[in-house]
Design a protein around this ligand. Structure first.
Ligand code: MOS
Length: 756
């Protein structure tokens, strides 16, 4: 007899599981609202010292003196870490082992590369003493003129953009496409520098025990952090234990361990005591990444019927003077619209800032607000409704590669969101609608898109003697609800009710779950969990089907189905046995299975994989003051299988708020003379508060994708920002007839436009 066990590989089967698809509330919600969730900075090991960074107030030059003696004389101050006095590192923090080992400032020299860079660390018995000590350092500088802004220097072609895309991409004959156009939209837009501004600042509590290191710190990627810290301190990654159970947001800034976090580890090493280091809000504007400013020129050619003939999207971005990260802003034009010719190109300028980093839909956010605005301009130039124009130029295959989409329900997104919003009857001309108070009313549309990315992650499943299950994976929950969704997948993967499962996560001692980024965490770790669960169930099934005493004996080719803690014969559902019974009879304490989730390279080479969406927005503008209020937003998104509709809705709301924020609020203002950031605080760096956020509605459109991964998950973390920013910007145009090409759209530009 050959034994063949067929399990839950069929996604159609998984869908019948009792947990996936349920709108469960957050498993960690009660802990959070009752203050029991312990964030990194909530830890106070015995004997702990406080470290405070002294930050540079110049953007370029050298530190010529620090009054270390004054700081040390201050009561409670234990030590002051400076370039002259610090633990030795095993690796140069300026070494570039791989493109994502970004250079960090670990007091390796007296050079200042950007404002808010660490120039010393004061370590004291109390936070107050450390803060006061830092204030006594009275640094003196040799100042050089800072390079600020997109015109600060010579532009050059970056080697790659984003996570390794070519800086220039050509599809078709761009010159022929432009020549064939009867109308040309040629517009230059600018987007500002933005900072992640997660609610929780970067924080670390570090404890050394010989050459073992224990750290509590928020992380979107514990495995990467272990590797980096291991290299810097010359210890084995296995000796580094990272605890990261809760994050107050990350948005990309916690994807890689940052310089300030490493300084906390150095301070603990220097003093031989546990050390806590927490960044102040203002100190987060520099050493932990940001979204760089962009200037994007986009030329769109159309024929008489409104069909695209060419899109030429060029972006200039800034990066730091000492490292390379290039926002892939123009790449947004690769995916969305069918055009016989598409060219995207990037150039870069070095400025005196910290190195930019991935932030909330890196590339797609900056690129799509520009593309969506310019598409709106092109539609208007053709006298065509902007939704109709988008449908006319709908991409049936991925434009730049010609690959079919693994799934694409964007048409349904347009239709459902438009219907719900009430788009029909929108006047084509701007400045046609007013509300009862005389405010100008405008309606705008934006298309959302984000690639369905997967990284690599692992999980381990156990079924215990009592028939209950354990799933272990070092996954990261930044507040997005990942743990809840992953626990739902875990329960289904093991054929258990939700409450029969123990889900363990948030520690580097568990199987490495890769990085929570690129909106790929649920897909990646979900696949790992799915495979781990399958492996454990397969072992259980083997114990049962090969044992004559089991009602499942000889289930053979028909196989078994795992459900509610029991295995059932697929060919005779009434014959079943509980996990506990199977293990007890076999005399086995537990069975376990491991699984890995990763992108399927073969499927990826065959298909273009993206989530899509359509966002409609209404704004009202005061005709005299130019004040803009978003008043309504409706978004419909198709992102493959939805694991938890409640979490997904919440993620999409969040993304839509980011979009609103991009269009109307966020901007880091650099002082052109000093290179300092003038609004490095949450009072003046505007993010939307409740009063700014209009009623929102999210529609999720069913999408079954057999190609992206076994569970059909595409990810929803970042897509919400991409259509929403453009929708708001286009609504402002529709309300006022003024096309503001400098984001965020400011009251003065609108007011000036309305006066002229
Ligand atoms: Mo995201 S910018 O990949 O955390």
């Amino acid at each position: 007899m050959t034994l063949e066990i067929s399990l839950t590989r069929d996604p159609a089967h998984i869908r019948h599981g009792s947990n996936i698809g349920q709108p469960l509330t957050r498993t960690d919600g009660v802990l959070k609202v009752t203050g029991k969730a312990r964030y990194a900075a909530d830890n106070h090991p015995p004997g702990m010292l406080h470290a405070v960074i002294a930050s540079s107030c110049i953007a370029r030059g050298r530190v010529t003196s620090l009054d270390v003696a004054a700081a040390k004389r201050h009561p409670g101050v234990i030590d002051v870490m400076t370039p002259a006095h610090k633990p030795e590192l095993a690796e140069d923090p300026d070494a570039k082992g791989n493109p994502f080992a970004f250079r960090m400032e670990l007091l390796q020299s007296d050079e200042v590369r950007y404002a808010n860079q660490a120039i010393a660390v004061v370590i004291a018995e109390t936070l107050e003493a450390a803060t006061e000590g830092a204030a006594l350092l009275s640094p003196r500088y040799q100042v050089e003129i800072a390079r600020v802004g997109l015109d600060a220097g010579e532009a050059y072609a970056p080697p790659v953009v984003g996570i390794g895309n070519p800086a220039e991409v050509r599809h078709g004959d761009i010159d022929a496409g432009m020549a064939a156009a009867s109308k040309l939209t040629d517009a230059t837009y600018e987007t500002p520098a933005q900072y992640h501004n997660a609610m929780e600042p970067h924080a670390i509590v570090a404890v050394w025990d010989g050459d073992r290191l224990f750290i509590d710190t928020p992380s979107q990627g514990m495995g990467f952090a272990q590797m980096r810290v291991a290299g810097l301190f010359g210890i084995s990654p296995a000796n580094i234990h990272i605890n990261s159970p809760f994050l107050g947001g990350g948005f990309g800034s916690k994807g890689l361990i940052s310089g300030p976090q490493v300084l906390g580890i150095m301070a603990a090493k220097l003093t031989g005591r546990p050390v806590k280091l927490v960044l102040r809000r203002g100190q987060m504007y520099g050493p932990v990444g940001h979204r760089p400013p962009t200037r994007q020129r986009i030329r769109i050619g159309t024929d008489d019927a409104g069909a695209l003939t060419a899109i030429n999207h060029e972006a200039r971005v800034t990066t730091s003077s000492f490292d390379d990260f290039y926002e892939p802003a123009a790449d947004a034009s690769h995916t969305l619209y069918a055009s016989p010719a598409i060219r995207t190109a990037h150039e870069a300028v070095r400025v005196d800032t910290g190195t930019p980093l991935f932030m909330r839909a890196p590339g797609e956010a900056t690129g799509s607000i520009v593309l969506e605005s310019a598409i709106d301009e092109a539609a208007f130039a053709c006298g065509i409704d902007p939704l109709e124009f988008r449908l006319k130029n709908y991409a049936e295959v991925e434009p730049t590669t010609g690959k079919p989409f693994s799934s694409k329900a964007l048409r349904q997104c347009y239709a459902r969101a438009a219907e719900r919003f009430g788009w029909a009857g929108r006047p084509l001309q701007p400045k046609q609608m007013r509300d009862e108070n005389g405010f100008l009313v405008g309606w705008g549309i934006g298309t959302a898109t984000f690639p369905a990315i997967m990284f690599q992650g692992n999980a381990r499943a156990v079924i215990r003697a009592d028939g209950k299950g354990v799933m272990e994976t070092g996954a990261h929950d930044m507040g997005q609800g990942a743990w809840t969704a992953l626990a739902q997948i875990s329960a289904d993967s093991l054929g258990l009710e939700f409450d029969q499962l123990t889900f363990r996560s948030g520690s580097s001692d568990l199987p490495d779950a890769g990085i929570a980024g690129g909106s790929g965490h649920t897909a990646t770790v979900g696949a790992a969990i799915h495979n781990a669960g399958d492996a454990a169930i397969a072992k259980l099934a083997e114990l049962a089907t090969t044992d004559e005493r089991s009602p499942l004996f000889g289930a053979g080719n028909a196989g078994v189905v795992a459900r509610a803690g029991r295995l059932h014969r697929r060919d005779d559902d009434a014959r079943s046995e509980s996990y506990a019974e199977i293990l007890a009879r076999a005399g086995v304490a537990e069975v376990e299975g491991s699984g890995t989730g990763a992108a399927d390279a073969a499927a990826q080479s065959q298909y273009a994989m993206h989530a899509h969406g359509a966002v409609f927005a209404e704004v009202k503008v005061d005709p005299e003051l130019g004040q803009i209020r978003a008043t309504r937003m409706v978004g419909a998104f198709a992102a493959g299988r939805i694991i938890n509709p409640l979490m997904v809705q919440s993620q999409l709301y969040g993304g839509m708020i980011w979009g609103l924020s991009f269009a109307l609020h966020e901007e880091a203002v650099m002082d052109k003379r000093s290179g300092r950031i003038l609004n490095a605080n949450l009072a003046e760096y505007h993010v939307p508060v409740n009063a700014d956020v209009p009623p929102m509605e999210v529609i999720t459109v069913d999408e079954h994708d057999p190609h992206v991964n076994p569970l059909g998950i595409k990810g929803v973390g970042e897509i919400g920002i991409t259509g929403s920013a453009g929708a708001i910007a286009n609504a402002v145009f529709h309300a006022t007839g003024i096309r503001v090409r400098n984001f965020p759209i400011k009251i003065e530009e609108v007011a000036m436009g309305l006066m002229s």
